[in-house]
Design a binder for this molecule. Structure first.
Ligand SMILES: NC(=O)c1ccc[n+]([C@@H]2O[C@H](COP(=O)([O-])OP(=O)(O)OC[C@H]3O[C@@H](n4cnc5c(N)ncnc54)[C@H](O)[C@@H]3O)[C@@H](O)[C@H]2O)c1
Ligand SMILES: N[C@H](CO)Cc1c[nH]c[nH+]1
Ligand SMILES: [Zn+2]
Length: 441
């Protein structure tokens, strides 16, 4: 996550680049090789159906069985082997995510009102019918993803939900992922990952019911598959490799900044992390602190590569300039470690989710402990979307009904506009009604 040369003209204040990625690589989700691979896989699966899905499951993920469906009743035995503390933590995350999603749902209200005399318009929220949830589990089993997708879809009232997760453990799905899914209300689950999972849900290859919408984060292949399937099915957001940015002033410590940057950099070797600060001291100390903390981090190979190749630090002359930089970077997660948090909350607009102050951190929300969603836009998508929430599973449907007396107020202007556009079919719909009221007068 860094500024491109053409971004600089959008920033009116002055700033100094302390660190930027050495190369100018495109983010992995736009890698042409990934695009090509995914296109080929989707074509193959569309043509060859379940045979192709099983082939990819075996070749890419070492799947060993013949049936991708997971028997959740059988999985109960494995759940007992999971540590009790883990089961409790997963129950807590599932519950908190559900509570927040239900609160959000309550704040989305149906209404209807008379917009002009005799014309009533309204909106009502209706859940999507068939949703396919993707629960990533390639590099790590991301347990909380089930809360964010299955659990939130349930809170939205989606009637039919299927879930897929890669057979990442010895050719089988990870029991902790299954437990988290079950705690979130999952009923039908399949041990299949990546492109083949998304295609199987979109094409209805698993249970014969094509998903209307596919949701969930994943690696670059997953994000690209969703991008290419969009249109055939709805998607939530292009949630690719995780990112984090920190805005910090003189009050922040390099220790906390570095810990929170590395907390996301460990997701993958191309997971970007960025610091934008008004403090020269903090900028310099963070550079050293990143190296120091990396030495002791078990995931240092991944996180170290991410930081070296995709990390950045900018020193801004003031907080407004720092915000202008952040408006452009539009990070998935944005932490503010600074004074006057309400000012930042009011000023900032481009982020997937915002973490205000030292007592909030991305890791809490990642694991479902605050209740907000962690399926969030990456690669600057936060300029136009806030990511997955209960709203993502709802259609905001509109309707209208009018009285006979309201005919002239709509039909007359429609005749005028249609005549000008030379669309006689539209004109006739309006004119028919005008004639009817004329006849009866
Ligand atoms: N942006 C968000 O909201 C968000 C949220 C959670 C996780 N994430 C991201 O999700 C990602 C999870 O990635 P992951 O890899 O651990 O798990 P994953 O489940 O997304 O991907 C695993 C799948 O990738 C496929 N795959 C791997 N190599 C392939 C290849 N060469 N060709 C075709 N398919 C291939 C395999 O089929 C496998 O099933 C991380 O990058 C993490 O940062 C993002
Ligand atoms: N940071 C990821 C969202 O981008 C979500 C996650 C779950 N567990 C760990 N991280
Ligand atoms: Zn994370």
């Amino acid at each position: 996550m860094h500024l491109n040369p053409e971004d600089h003209r959008l920033i009116s204040g002055s700033f100094t680049v302390i660190k930027e990625p050495p190369g100018r690589d495109a983010p992995a989700q736009q890698d042409p090789k990934v695009v090509e691979t995914v296109t080929g896989m989707l074509r193959d699966i569309e043509q060859n159906g379940m045979d192709a899905v099983l082939r990819y499951a075996r070749d890419l993920d070492g799947f060993t069985g013949d049936d991708l469906e997971i028997d959740l009743a059988k999985a109960e035995a494995d759940f007992a082997e999971l540590p009790e503390s883990l089961r409790q933590a997963l129950d807590t995350g599932a519950e908190r995510t559900r509570i927040f999603a239900e609160m959000q749902r309550k704040h989305l209200v149906d209404f209807s009102a008379e917009v002009i005399p005799g014309v009533e318009c309204g909106q009502k929220y209706v859940p999507v019918g068939n949703v396919g949830c993707y629960l990533p589990a390639g590099r790590f089993p991301l347990l909380a993803s089930a809360f964010m997708t299955v659990g939130v879809a349930r809170a939205a009232g989606v009637p039919n939900i299927v879930s897929c997760t890669p057979p990442s453990r010895g050719g089988q799905a990870h029991p902790a992922v299954l437990y988290a899914a079950k705690a979130s209300g999952a009923e039908r689950m399949y041990a299949v990952g990546g492109v083949q999972a998304l295609a199987a849900m979109a094409f209805g290859l698993l249970d014969g019911v094509p998903s209307d919408m596919i949701v969930g984060a994943g690696n670059a292949y997953v994000a690209e598959a969703k991008r290419q399937l969009y249109g055939k099915v709805g998607i939530d957001v292009l949630a690719g490799p995780s990112e984090v940015a920190v805005l910090a002033d003189e009050t922040a410590t390099a220790q906390m900044v570095a810990a929170d940057l590395l907390g996301q950099a460990e997701h993958g070797p191309s997971s970007p992390a960025s610091l934008v600060t008004t403090s020269e001291r903090l900028a310099k100390e963070t550079l050293d602190e990143m190296d120091r903390q990396l030495e002791g981090l078990a995931t240092r190979d991944i996180a170290g590569n991410a930081w070296r190749e995709y990390g950045s630090i900018y020193l801004a002359e003031d907080r407004e300039t720092a915000c202008q930089i952040m408006d452009i970077l539009a990070p998935e997660h944005l932490e503010v470690l600074a004074d006057d948090l309400d000012w930042w909350l009011g000023r900032l607009t481009n982020y997937g989710s915002l973490f205000l102050g030292e007592w909030s951190t991305v890791a809490y929300a990642d694991k479902g402990m605050s209740g907000t969603n962690h399926v969030l836009p990456t690669a600057r998508g936060a300029r136009y979307t806030a990511g997955l929430s209960v709203l993502g599973f709802l259609k905001q449907l509109t309707f209208q009904r009018a009285t006979r007396e309201a005919t002239r107020s709509q039909a007359d202007p429609v005749v005028t506009i249609s005549d000008f556009e030379q669309m006689p079919g539209h004109r006739d719909s309006a004119q028919l009604r005008l004639d009817l009221i004329e006849r009866d007068n």
